[in-house]
Design a protein around this ligand. Structure first.
Ligand SMILES: Cc1cc2nc3c(=O)[nH]c(=O)nc-3n(C[C@H](O)[C@H](O)[C@H](O)COP(=O)(O)OP(=O)(O)OC[C@H]3O[C@@H](n4cnc5c(N)ncnc54)[C@H](O)[C@@H]3O)c2cc1C
Length: 461
């Protein structure tokens, strides 16, 4: 075991002999959190930076395992965040994290599928999710202000201490522990010591930005504009919650209906379509005008808040793991929102990392090698998403995807990947179908070349 000071949180807890006393320990910490969350902040077993889906999930699961967890969140919740359409693979994950019943009762609109439209070619495809071994037949569309609040509250219920309005400004990972400088409500940084650091700071990728690398991906993620509208077009029945994706000349639009009357509408612009100068409102209105299908769906609708933007959001960050450290979710990488993978990857990466961290505490040893399997599983899981994100800009894949009667096996493989199946496990039937998709794309690409049609990624057009 590592040498520890007698006043440390773990040393205090080690006097607790059984599960009952650990639970009462957690309850008393929870009371501290509700009344004066900054009390006793100076030390923790695990410091989690960021209270988004990745950080809240990690904090909840680590606290449930009996560790003393403190989670620092820069903002005060509820706060707006982009990323509102979830994947069916999240649904069983919510149950494992312990928020399934609360989410089901929260009244979020269920999403049973996705509809894709290609404006230029007048073609469309509608996919309906089917439950599989690690995913459900539905997900939810969630205003993130409410969803993230619910997840972070759950972390507190599990016994984590959560401090909002607390920005981690300085990080040092040393042989004997982690030292942070945390600015609470804009005041000068206060020192915090922990034995382990979880970076769930999202696109800020705190540790990589300060001590490593955060590399943009060429061609992708130049700019996105988004807004909420009341009174937009609605489908009825099971299709009401389908996410709609509209491809158009300058990029693509998402259409994410929430429960009630509000819909999230956003566009991701190709590099060549990004302009500087006009206001966000003007740029967004111009993009809507360039995509008649979206303009029609918004006829008579009213924007209920400002237009938000995100830029340069495709990158890979390093390191993902180190001694006493793991990064989760967007702090590892983010590529493109086309298939709504972000929140699932954030929460799933947290669930995958937690057992290795807990085992590290059991053994008192936190070498990077302990987290290598975590890094590998996240790389394999996200690798499949990235392959399909890339394909979505590939004209040969789109020919298959939008074919009026695609082979059932191909449609099944694509629907499975879009549901988040294949991240944790890839059974033989799925691997065979994915191989068929890859072969099909190669054949169509060859046919397009032969016919003199473009084969380059739409990102390069
Ligand atoms: C245009 C666009 C559209 C998207 N659409 C979707 C979608 O439909 N579905 C989907 O699943 N995903 C979508 N995403 C991705 C999704 O937003 C993210 O993948 C997801 O929020 C990642 O969760 P996270 O917990 O890793 O990070 P975040 O949700 O970003 O949470 C990180 C938290 O860390 C806090 N923080 C940062 N730095 C510090 C610090 N130094 N100290 C303390 N706190 C800090 C932040 O305030 C934030 O609350 C989209 C992304 C973009 C760019």
């Amino acid at each position: 075991m590592e040498a520890r000071s007698p006043g440390s949180s773990s040393a205090r807890r080690s006097s607790a002999s059984g599960a009952g006393s650990r639970a009462s320990d957690r309850r008393s910490r929870r009371r501290v959190c509700r009344s004066r969350p900054d009390v006793g902040l100076e030390r923790a077993d695990v410091a989690v930076v960021g209270g988004g889906p990745a950080g809240a999930t990690a904090a909840a699961l680590l606290a449930r395992a009996g560790l003393d967890v403190v989670c620092f969140e820069r903002e005060r919740f509820p706060r707006f965040h982009v990323g509102e359409s979830l994947l069916p693979a999240s649904t069983p994950l919510f149950d494992r994290v312990g928020v399934g019943p609360r989410l089901a009762a929260a009244g979020f609109l269920r999403k049973y599928g996705a509809a894709f439209f290609d404006e230029g070619e007048s073609r469309e495809v509608i996919l309906n999710f089917r439950a599989g071994p690690t995913w459900a037949d539905h997900a939810y569309n969630v205003p993130r202000a409410e969803f993230d609040r619910l997840l972070l509250d759950h972390a507190v219920k599990e016994g984590a201490r959560v401090l909002e309005g607390a920005e981690v400004r300085d990080v040092r990972i040393q042989a004997d522990g982690v030292r942070l400088g945390v600015a609470v409500d804009g005041e000068g940084p206060r020192p915090v010591e922990a034995r382990f650091l979880v970076d769930a700071s999202g696109r800020d990728a705190l540790l990589a930005s300060r001590l490593g690398r955060r590399e943009p991906m060429p061609g992708l993620g130049r700019a996105a504009l988004f807004a909420h509208y009341a009174g937009g077009h609605r489908w009825e029945g099971r299709m009401e919650g389908h996410i709609r994706v509209y491809l158009f000349r300058d990029g693509w639009f998402w259409w994410i209906p929430f429960a009630g009357d509000v819909t999230s509408v956003g566009c991701v612009l190709h590099r060549r379509a990004v302009r500087r100068g006009p206001s966000l409102e003007t740029l967004f209105e111009d993009a809507v005008a360039a995509c008649p299908a979206v303009a029609r769906c918004l006829a008579g609708a009213r924007r209920v808040a400002g237009v938000w933007s995100a830029a340069n959001f495709s990158y890979r960050a390093e390191p993902v793991i180190a001694d006493r450290f793991v990064a989760l979710g967007d702090a590892v990488t983010f590529v493109d929102p086309i298939f709504s993978t972000g929140v699932y990857v954030a929460m799933q990466s947290a669930e995958l990392a937690v057992p290795a961290i807990v085992e590290g505490f059991r053994r008192g040893e936190f070498r990077a090698a302990r987290f290598d399997d975590y890094r590998r599983r996240v790389a394999v899981g996200t690798g499949l998403f990235f392959e399909f994100i890339d394909r979505y800009y590939d004209p040969a894949f789109l020919d298959i995807f939008f074919a009026p009667a695609p082979p059932a096996a191909l449609k099944d493989a694509v629907t499975t990947v879009f549901a988040g199946g294949g991240f944790l496990e890839r059974p033989l039937w799925l691997r065979l179908r994915l191989a068929a998709v890859r072969l099909g794309v190669r054949c169509v690409r060859w046919r397009r070349r032969w016919a003199g049609l473009p084969v380059d990624s739409r990102l390069r057009w």
